[in-house]
Unconditional design. Structure first.
Length: 114
């Protein structure tokens, strides 16, 4: 059976037959899954704990990405709204008394202000 290795930078599994191997002068061996990981660690000298898309960053921030996604799903429960048929609105016929009543109210307000 073929061994599976972890990427030295991002922490993901490396499929057999893919990736890069980098050996330092002191003999330490780094295995990288993609050229992106290789450049970030070797050329740009970035620390995996400070790069947001790595697993070390998630551990640093105590974020478990799977549990975070589950928590978001639980936070948004599906609410079923009951549809109630609204009664049709009946248009009230305006009588001649209604405009007169409004006019009396506005006159009374104006007199109260004075």
């Amino acid at each position: 059976m073929v061994e599976q290795h972890l990427c030295a930078f991002c922490g993901e599994l490396i499929e057999p037959g893919t990736g890069k191997m980098y050996v330092r002068k002191d003999g330490t061996v780094f295995l990288f899954c993609t050229n992106k990981c290789y450049k970030n660690m070797v050329d740009l000298k970035r620390v995996p704990r400070n790069v947001t898309w790595t697993k070390d960053y998630a551990v640093k921030k105590t974020i478990n990405m799977a549990t975070k996604e589950k928590a978001e799903q639980k936070a948004e429960p599906k609410v079923e709204v009951e549809k109630v048929k609204a009664e049709p609105k009946v248009k009230a016929e305006k009588t001649k008394a209604e405009p007169k009543a409004k006019a009396k109210k506005t006159k009374a307000k104006a007199e109260a202000k004075e």
